[in-house]
Each structure stands twice: as structure tokens, then as C-alpha cells.
Ligand binder design. Structure first.
Ligand SMILES: *Cc1c(COP(=O)(O)O)cnc(C)c1O
Length: 435
């Protein structure tokens, strides 16, 4: 597999280089040089395959011989070791639950696959790989639990004090082993600035082999295509033909993977992006002007993104043709008030407790259905378990949540956390003194 930069199509790097650098230096994003189209017979017979079979088929089409088949199979068996079930709420509407991994969010797919690919490419005798991550909640948990115990790697997670939920903090701080949690007396932006400063610090980079677990890493995008194929396989087994996917979107990595799957030959009728009031993409689809804004805080805080970094990938996939994108992607925006009503409606009507991100997808799927009648299965993606967002959920609905056994077990474990101020020199000396 070779990749180019969306800012320079003449550039070519290997899969391994794209994984370790995350971003080309020209500020673009890596894209596969060739988007392989899967054998139609594979799609026709897709209901015969397991999630892991599908993942292997799709990943090997993309990655080619950069990872030999037996090794890729082993990586997938370890990384994708949990299900992503499609559940019908009524005759037309289904939810694809992506929260059955260790951090109870869809980011487990990306983080677990990426961690094992990085471990695989880190040869014996290489210097320890130091992964630095700033998190507002969901990314950190997926990365921590994804890298936990992966040989040759160490993860340092920075999170803002008092701004992550209890389950999220348990996931960040109870791991030990190769995972370290730093509670920063500041905001998420402060955490991000500390991490960015470290990446640009030459003396630090001489001492440590630093890498980011950035959400735009190509090794996070690839495994997110798997569950679109797997959902389609499940729907076909249940007799559905046409499918519309609705994706709660912030940085547009999740829906970007869906659109990559579509370009690889997955027969999807349409994609719908649901956003909170951070509506840069919906405005762009409407008026053709890409005008990012600073992000605004909402209930669906994993989608508080003012300038979605994966959007350039989607434009690249469609050759910068806005009308071609509009033919496949619609989008709708919801306020916190509407999101709350959506969560209440799901609970009242279906006895389904959803996180706020999922509720936005539910609302967007409903809106699309209202505007486009027809005989198709409407599948919205549930990106996180509701137990991670207690403040967004009514007390009554929260009572009805069945806490995953793993969440209960984590709460019993001791938290191991170091506290730092928003002070780069302090952060740097922590890293150097704890080499
Ligand atoms: C990260 C996240 C999203 C947004 O996904 P993108 O790929 O950034 O669009 C949605 N919901 C939850 C729960 C998340 O953690």
C-alpha cells in the first residue's frame, strides 16, 4: 500500500511511514494511492462471513503485502475481538451498536487496530515507542485500553481535571503497565497544546521516540470500514436490500470510513451525517462555502469540532466534486434541547437508553426518512455506551442502564494518576525523569 498527501498527489509514502507519522509535513492527510474495489462475489455472499473474516478481506485489499496475511489475521483476531451487532428498533429502523469494545465507544476499532499495527512495525530492539495523547474523554480511553500490554509501546494520556466522566476517568487511570495518566489542571485545549509542544521539541525528540495516536491516522481509518461491511452483512441476512447509514459526526472520521467502504464497492444507498451545533459540514453542503468556526461545547461533546479534520479526505474521495458528495451524503444539525428530546423519545418509544451522540444520529435518520420515503433499512450508528455520559441523561433513564460488568470492575480498581499544571517545562521534565 502506498499513500499520497491530499496536498501533494506526487508524494508517496509506505503504510508504515504513514502510520508512524500520522500526518504528512505539508499539512494534508494521507490517502491510499489506489482504492481497491472488492470482488462483487464477496459482496454478494457477504452474509456467509464473520466480522473477522470481513475485516481481513477488507484490510488485506487495502494494505496489500505490507503486512503478510498470517500476521494481519493475527492482528485482526486480537484487535477486533468484540461484536458490533445491528438491532432493529422497529420494522424500518435499526441501530448498529459500536460500543461493545473495552472502552465502550466505536473508537476501540481504530485504537486497537492501530496499536497492534504500531507494535507489529516496531521491531525487536527498536527504542520504546512513546505515544502521547490529549483527550477530552473518549479518545483517551480507547487508546489506553487499546495499547494496554502492547509490547514496545508506552502511552501517556493527558486529560483535563474535572472534565471527564467517572467511567471515562476510570478507563484512563486504572491501567498501570505501559499506560500513564496525567491529570492536567486546565482545559482540553491546554492538554492538546502541551502534547503539540512536545512533538515540536527537538531536544525531547532526541531522547524519546514520540508518536501521536491521532484520530486522522490511516491505521484508525481502515478498521472503521469493517463495521460498515459487517452491518451490511447482518442486514442482508435479515432480508434487507437497500441501506442508509446515519453517522453522528464530529471530526468526520467515522463517516469518512463509511464512504471509503462505499468507494470499495459496499452498496449503500445514502449516508447521513448528524451533527451538534458545530455545523461546519452541514453549512458547507448547503452553500458550498467551507467556513470553519471555533468549536462550541455541547452535550455530545465528542463531536465538538469546529473544523473537522477528516473532511478533506471525503473531498478527496469524491475528487473535490461537491455535487458528487451531495448525491451520497446529507446532513442535519441538532441543538442540545433537540438532542435531549431525542434521547427521551428513544427511551419512551423503544425503551432504549442512548448517549447524546447516538440520539443525534437517531434524529438525523428520522429526518432523512421523513424527506425520503421508500423501502430501505435505516441504520444509525451508536458510537458510545450511555454510561459514559451520565450528565447528559435523565436520572430515570440512567437508572435503567445496565452497567457493563467491565465498568463495575474498573470502578473497583485503584486509580494511578500524576497531576500536573499547565506548564510545558513541568510536563517535559516528567517525561524525561520517567523514561
Ligand atoms: C469521536 C466520537 C464521535 C465522532 O466521531 P468522528 O469520527 O470524529 O466524526 C461520535 N460519538 C462518539 C461517542 C465519539 O467518541
Amino acid at each position: 500500500m502506498k499513500l499520497y498527501s491530499t496536498n501533494n498527489k506526487d508524494l508517496r509514502v509506505s503504510f508504515q511511514d504513514a502510520v508512524f507519522t500520522s500526518l504528512p509535513q505539508d499539512g494534508g492527510l494521507y490517502m491510499p494511492e489506489v482504492i481497491p474495489v472488492l470482488d462483487p462475489a464477496f459482496i454478494r455472499n457477504i452474509q456467509q462471513y464473520s466480522l473477522q473474516d470481513i475485516a481481513f478481506h477488507v484490510a488485506s485489499a487495502l494494505i496489500g503485502d505490507d503486512i503478510p496475511a498470517a500476521d494481519l489475521k493475527a492482528i485482526i483476531a486480537e484487535a477486533i475481538n468484540f461484536d458490533a451487532p445491528v438491532k432493529f428498533l422497529d420494522a424500518e429502523q435499526a441501530v448498529l451498536e459500536l460500543f461493545h469494545g473495552p472502552s465502550f465507544a466505536f473508537k476501540d476499532f481504530g485504537a486497537r487496530f492501530m496499536s497492534r499495527v504500531m507494535g507489529y512495525f516496531s521491531k525487536q530492539g527498536d527504542q520504546l515507542l512513546d505515544v502521547l495523547v490529549a483527550t477530552s474523554g473518549d479518545t483517551g480511553g480507547a487508546v489506553a485500553l487499546g495499547f494496554l500490554g502492547v509490547e514496545g509501546t508506552r502511552v501517556t494520556i493527558l486529560y483535563p481535571k474535572g472534565k471527564v466522566s467517572k467511567v471515562q476517568e476510570d478507563q484512563l487511570t486504572t491501567n498501570g503497565k505501559n499506560i500513564r495518566a496525567l491529570e492536567v489542571d486546565g482545559t482540553f485545549d491546554d492538554c492538546q497544546t502541551l502534547v503539540k509542544t512536545a512533538f515540536n521539541d527537538e531536544t525531547l525528540n532526541k531522547e524519546l521516540r514520540l508518536t501521536s495516536a491521532n484520530s486522522i491516522n490511516i491505521a484508525r481509518l481502515i478498521p472503521q470500514t469493517f463495521y460498515y461491511f459487517w452491518a451490511y452483512a447482518q442486514l442482508r441476512s435479515q432480508g434487507a436490500q437497500d441501506v442508509v447509514f446515519t453517522v453522528p459526526s464530529g471530526n468526520f472520521g467515522n463517516i469518512g470510513a463509511g464512504l471509503l467502504a462505499y468507494k470499495m464497492g459496499l452498496p449503500v444507498k445514502h449516508f447521513v451525517a448528524g451533527t451538534n451545533i458545530n455545523d461546519t459540514v452541514p453549512r458547507f453542503l448547503q452553500n458550498g462555502k467551507y467556513a470553519p468556526k471555533p468549536s462550541t461545547q455541547t452535550l455530545a461533546n465528542a463531536m465538538d469540532v469546529g473544523n473537522p479534520s477528516n473532511w478533506v479526505r471525503i473531498q478527496d474521495l469524491f475528487g473535490q466534486d461537491l455535487d458528487a458528495i451531495r448525491a451520497v451524503v446529507s446532513s442535519y444539525t441538532y441543538t442540545d434541547e433537540e438532542t435531549k428530546l431525542g434521547m427521551e423519545e428513544m427511551y419512551a418509544r423503544y425503551n432504549y437508553v442512548a448517549c447524546p451522540h447516538t440520539a443525534i444520529a437517531y434524529l438525523a435518520a428520522k429526518q432523512y426518512r421523513k424527506e425520503h420515503e421508500g423501502n430501505y433499512a435505516s441504520v444509525f450508528l451508536s458510537t458510545a455506551h450511555p454510561c459514559k455520559f451520565p450528565d447528559a441523561i435523565t436520572a430515570e433513564a440512567f437508572q435503567a442502564i445496565e452497567l457493563p460488568a467491565e465498568a463495575i470492575a474498573l470502578a473497583q480498581k485503584e486509580r494511578l494518576v500524576s497531576k500536573i499544571d499547565v506548564d510545558y517545562d513541568g510536563f517535559k521534565s516528567y517525561l524525561l525523569m520517567n523514561k
